[in-house]
Design a protein around this ligand. Sequence first.
Ligand code: GLN
Length: 494
Amino acid sequence: MNCTALSLTQLSGRLAEKALSSVEATEACLRRVEQVDPKVKSFIRVDRDGALRAAQASDARRAAGKTVGVLDGVPVALKDMLLTEGLETTAGSKILRGFIPPYDATVVRLLREAGAPILGKLNQDEFAMGSSTESSAFGPTHNPWDLSRTPGGSSGGSAAAVAAQLCFGALGTDTGGSIRQPAAMTNTVGVKPTYGRVSRYGVIAYASSFDQVGPITRTVADAAAMLQVLARHDARDATSHRVDAPDYSQGLEGGVRGLRIGVPKEYFGDGLDSEVGEAVQRAAKVFEKLGATLTDISLPHTRYALATYYVLAPAEASSNLARYDGIRYGHRAQGIKSLKDLYATTRSEGFGPEVKRRIMLGTYALSAGYYDAYYRKAQQVRTLVQRDFQSAFQNVDVVLSPTSPVPAFRLGEKTQSPLAMYLMDVLTLPCNLAGLPGVSVPCGFTRGGLPMGLQLLGRPFDEAGLLQAARAFEREHDFSSRWPPLTRDARADC
Ligand code: GLN
């Protein structure tokens, strides 16, 4: 039997029945990484020993009747934005090469405490800046559904590893769409929690007022199980909320009868692939059939969201990335003559072109002469985008749209045009500007066999409502039972 094709919750059940051990499941994942990942290139670091040690400890707990929850013994993997004690963490950048964190991010600690063996670190765009995983210093990740295409980004390694059955769930980060967009391109489920729902402590900062950690999984129930472990207050993150998380799996099968769904006209405009648009419209009809009501709505400031994001996110990034000075972390330039030379040479050598572009954009937007024209103005527009959602949520419970405007595109197709790349998050980043929760759930395949996803956005802290709606849709189709062709010939018996 190929146990790596089980969902996270199915594996958890098998572990509970003692039909399978955590060591067996972990070894099966590690074998598949060896077989499949040379093609997909989702892992940039495998922690075989650490994962097997955690799996043995989980099996011992189970034998002693002392398991610690649904994730106990379930192998998972992490985007390289998350600090892992004793295990190199680079954010996909040369500048952090050799950086071994002295502590775990809170989310990593929570996963370890929940008993999940951590298989290793997953590829991403450098510092999470990108939409295709191509700006990584480690080279691109390939989409398991078509190896000539990108898995999306920036959490492309996380999405590709879950889709290729290399792990049972993964964590990504989402600043402008980086969990949801790759999920849509790989037939996986991605959850971007409400800003403040999940701790950012120990998460390498890109744009601190946007960044959130969340799960990428094969099914909605799997995402609920992972989010359950992550969603809690953390005194080490000043923006972490004290709102208690509900039981996300409890209402999951509750359906959508009476749910008021808003369909924003601005999300179905120029640049939307016709097959994606049709799939999402079909999905809307499915929700209606299941008892939800559909309302056409308008989020009028959507057209300014992209420009606003690309002022604010680079501004925050330029400040956050000032700490990479060649002294405290990772890469340090050699043959240096002065302190200034050390800073300049380390940063010139260590950062890739997209990161440099963001630092320059952000520094410009924050500079004394331009602050009012760009940064302050963008903050004001951010408020308008937030208000659009606030007024929409007076009449609807959930907003439905496509996740990505297009299915997975070819590697190299957009690397020469930053704007074309930025447009890949045009439908996901308004949610980050407003700090709202968002879910991407599979909604079918193009005629060419590429996955597509739909996005559900909700009120602050209504992750439970979004998961329930996503599950109602998933149950109708079960796209998650379809696998990329390359998983068929891999053997990972256990
Ligand atoms: N593509 C967007 C950017 O480059 C979003 C990335 C993200 O969510 N981390 O900023």
